[in-house]
Design a protein around this ligand. Structure first.
Ligand code: MLT
Ligand code: ZN
Length: 462
């Protein structure tokens, strides 16, 4: 491949702001948010339309040059970071950020891939509608990335993963074809549901350029509460009781260890509104019907009386709600200020959470003395961020293998919501069956036979 010819061709295809080639301009595209992965882009293409995306893909395909799609760079798995060869083109869709349409009858929103998630949420809210994909990184995450990584977040318990919100997609395939499936239908069994191939596959099968997402009615009432619980088994009892008492209103059920909140207090200067505890739950319920607060308080009275909850604070204002959520949403930042960590974004069947945590803790302490566990996550859907603060020099691959073996033994997944990126490729190969890997490779071969779309991510380079 003659890279200089390709760069000249891309420059001719795009407008004057459409191509970055200076090292300083490309710097933000050269590494992931955590600074764990870095690479050297050949150039960064910033098309303004699907047609321009298609033209860039065709030019790269003709030159045999790989493309790395780039959204808000908020994934934590290195999925949007190029390799160090200096021969991969980064494709950012940040200039395709329009909100094309909101349909208040069908409760749908039509977006270009570069639209920031929070911007889309705010536009929906103006129509009394909720875009219920809720992430700590929603102020930077872009729709194309959110869809391509099937992002999770804090509302999955009620509204599902991003996949369950996607009604329609437009994609550009590896040969530059534009495939328009921008339908707004909840029911559509007319043939293969091909859009699923592009959701959660991290740009390895095609590039998401537009999406239609299903919205939901904006609940009129919301109650947020912080609960201290003595143990994770008690947290599960509280979850079950909540499901029975206020189940269809339960939006979030977040588990946080006392150690996680101690990091938040130290690094973010955020204070707990109650005394220490081994574990805490942040619970949110929402509904369009009045009487929610009474129902939540009645339920809390019962779990307090049974000793499953030792203390509880219910937010009295939007400000207090935000303060409670800030505790949860600051954990990642506090963790990064504490020092290098090894992250595990795992899920297990909900009933297995206490057994998983116990087995993982004892294995980690036995094999890697001096390690501190920072466990928290979306317990309502079985997703635990089992992050470890390790002494310098710890072999992170050995730590990953140890934790993931415990995950697999408990029927879990080694990536609940952050995806595989380049971070977990080796572990995916180790933890999934050869038949599952072979099936994925057959799909990759069919849709991207020359391995030009995000090579080395999700699956190994063949
Ligand atoms: C979160 O839920 O806050 C992030 O997904 C977690 C992380 O930093 O591991
Ligand atoms: Zn998370």
């Amino acid at each position: 491949m003659n890279t200089a010819t390709l760069v000249a061709e891309l420059r001719a295809l795009l407008d004057e702001r459409g191509l970055l080639t200076e090292v300083a301009d490309m710097a933000p595209y050269a590494h992931d948010w955590r600074g764990l992965f870095s690479g050297t882009p050949l150039c960064v293409a910033l098309p303004r339309s699907t047609e321009e995306v298609s033209a860039v893909v065709r030019a790269c395909a003709a030159a045999g040059c790989a493309l790395v799609p780039y959204g808000g760079n908020t994934g934590l798995s290195g999925g949007a970071t190029p390799d160090g060869s200096g021969r991969q083109v980064v494709l950012s869709l940040s200039r395709m950020a329009a909100i094309r349409k909101i349909d208040v009858f069908g409760e749908t929103i039509e977006l270009e891939a570069g639209c920031v998630l929070q911007t889309a949420q705010e536009a929906a809210a103006e129509h009394g509608l909720l875009l219920p994909v809720t992430l700590a990184a929603e102020g930077s995450a872009r729709i194309g990335g959110v869809v391509s990584t099937n992002a999770g977040g804090t509302n999955v318990l009620r509204y599902g993963m991003t996949r369950s919100r996607v009604l329609g997609l437009e994609v550009v395939t590896a040969d530059g074809q534009i495939v328009d499936g921008m339908r707004q239908l909840r029911k559509d069994n007319a043939g293969y549901d091909w859009k699923q191939w592009f959701i959660g596959t991290e740009g390895t099968l095609g590039i998401v350029t537009r999406a239609v997402l299903q919205l939901a009615p904006m609940p009129r009432y919301r109650v947020t509460a912080l609960l201290a619980v003595p143990a994770t088994a008690a947290a599960l009892n509280v979850l079950r009781a909540a499901r029975q008492a206020i189940g269809d209103t339960l939006t979030a059920f977040e588990l946080m260890s006392g150690a996680a909140l101690e990091l938040v207090a130290r690094h973010q200067q955020l204070r707990l509104p109650m005394g220490d505890s081994s574990w805490f739950v942040l619970l949110e319920a929402s509904s369009s019907l009045a009487g929610l607060r009474d129902a939540v308080e009645a339920f809390l009275g019962e779990v307090l009386e049974r000793g499953e909850v030792s203390d509880a604070v219910v937010a009295e204002s939007e400000r207090q709600e935000a303060e409670l959520w800030a505790l949860r949403e600051s954990i990642t930042e506090a963790e990064s200020k504490e020092g290098p960590s090894i992250k595990h974004d795992v899920s297990v069947p909900i009933s297995q959470i206490p057994a998983f945590l116990m087995a993982a803790d004892s294995a980690v302490v036995r094999e890697f003395p001096g390690t501190r566990v920072n466990a928290f996550g979306h317990a309502g859907d079985g997703n635990i961020h089992y992050n470890l603060l390790v002494p310098p020099g710890t072999d992170s691959s050995a730590v990953n293998a140890l934790v993931h073996d415990v995950v697999v033994a408990h029927g879990g997944s080694i990536s609940a919501e952050h995806g595989v990126g380049q971070y977990r490729v080796g572990e995916l190969l180790r933890c999934k069956s050869p038949a599952e890997i072979a099936l994925a490779q057959r799909i990759k071969k069919a849709l991207d036979p020359r391995n030009l779309l995000n090579p080395g991510k999700v699956l190994p380079i063949q």
